[in-house]
Design a protein around this ligand. Structure first.
Ligand code: C5P
Length: 366
């Protein structure tokens, strides 16, 4: 039995990073959106045991061992279903590796979908979500599809209203960005900002009473005082996440607090653009753009090409722009290609389209 499925990509419509957690992850809020670009995953089963990964395009960046997300997924699905088979997973890679489009995560969920079908056995919905979250934070969104709210470390997903498809352009730069490194860079930036605030508070309070007689240096005492003030006044990481939650909730209630007038088109057709008008941002841009200035330039190029909203997806390096119509997107993609960029016009994928298009075929091999 061989099953072929499309492994669709996602983008992030806004991404807010909260505090680093004791388990090494970060709390976050994001709206995930599946898009029509995809890899193809072919899963075949035979008598025997063992999992074999084959990358059709022989991309050296795709691991072929047990570190591959598809391998880890197949291992778990077989164990959960109590199945004993030899599994061959062929990855036809079309999406960028380390691109911020969730390709490796999507590949793993596609493996789950195909393997269940090949084995003619079904996992419970709860088992699917649990296994997906074990393999990675970005997997469960692909069990929902369409527009989904991601909270926790991103693995806790809630389906949002199934929005009409929106035209878009995806630009894939050559560079790959490591997500764990981007999170570490974010932590370093937060620490640097805190230290800078403490230093400037120390200067402001230079005439204030010092810690003389307490055994502490004046600077340490100043730092302590300003840290306490700072924690009382400055919005903390969790406050930021709460504010984002409010903006998303306002949008969902149909009253986005944008103040921006909506130009033409139906309410339904504009829902996604309404969301981006709430002022959503991707925090990763703050650490990724300074390291890769060419990515900031690409965002600018998307905006100049007429994008209604342009952003980095996840930790990058992929950038996308949302457009008013497929014709606008096609025109912009062609203009960007002339500038030497790898740009493609595509569209977001509704939940219904996602599930309707996921299966390519299912063949009984002889
Ligand atoms: O969950 P996943 O394996 O995709 O995460 C890869 C790495 O990204 C984690 O090991 C962690 O370093 C970082 N991460 C994080 N906070 C998240 C998601 C991922 O720090 N919410």
């Amino acid at each position: 039995m061989r099953v072929a499925v499309r492994s669709f990509a996602k983008i992030n419509l806004g991404l807010y990073i909260g505090a680093a957690r004791a388990d090494g992850y970060h709390d976050l809020r994001t709206a995930y959106q599946t898009i029509a670009l995809h890899d193809v995953i072919r899963v075949s089963i035979a008598r025997g045991s063992g999992i074999e990964i084959v990358c059709k395009n022989k991309d050296p960046r795709v691991p072929l061992d047990s570190s591959n997300t598809c391998y880890r997924m197949a291992e778990r699905v077989l164990a959960e279903l109590g199945a004993q088979h030899r599994v061959r997973i062929e990855i036809d890679k079309r999406l960028p590796v380390q691109g911020g489009l969730g390709a490796a995560s999507s590949n793993a969920v596609a493996t789950m979908v195909a393997l269940e079908r090949a084995l003619r056995k079904k996992l419970s919905a709860a088992a699917r979500l649990r296994i997906a979250a074990e393999v990675g934070s970005d997997l469960p969104l692909f069990l929902v599809g369409g527009t989904a709210l991601g909270v926790g470390r991103g693995e806790e997903v809630y389906p949002l209203p199934d929005l009409p498809a929106v035209a878009m352009v995806v630009v894939t730069p050559e560079v790959g960005v490591s997500t764990p490194k981007a999170f570490a860079d974010w932590d370093a930036m937060v620490e640097r900002d805190k230290a800078a605030e403490l230093r400037s508070a120390g200067r402001t309070n230079a005439s204030a009473p010092t810690g003389a007689g307490t055994g502490q240096s004046p600077v340490t005492t100043q730092a302590l005082v300003s840290t306490q003030n700072h924690e009382l006044t400055r919005p903390g990481a969790s406050d930021r996440l709460f504010e984002v939650g409010c903006a998303l909730s306002a949008w969902l209630s149909g009253s986005p607090n944008t103040g921006a007038p909506r130009k033409g088109g139906s309410r339904a057709g504009n829902l996604l653009l309404d969301l981006v008008r709430t002022g959503i941002e991707n925090d990763f841009e703050k650490v990724v753009f300074p390291q890769y200035p060419e990515l900031r330039d690409i965002k600018g190029a998307l905006e100049r090409a007429g994008s209604r909203y342009a952003s980095l997806s996840g930790s990058g390096s992929t950038l996308y722009g949302l457009f008013r119509s497929p014709a606008d997107a096609a025109k912009a993609a062609s203009r960007l290609r002339k500038q030497g960029l790898k740009a493609v016009a595509t569209s977001t994928l509704t939940r219904q389209q996602y599930w309707k298009r996921i299966l390519i075929d299912s063949i009984v091999a002889r």
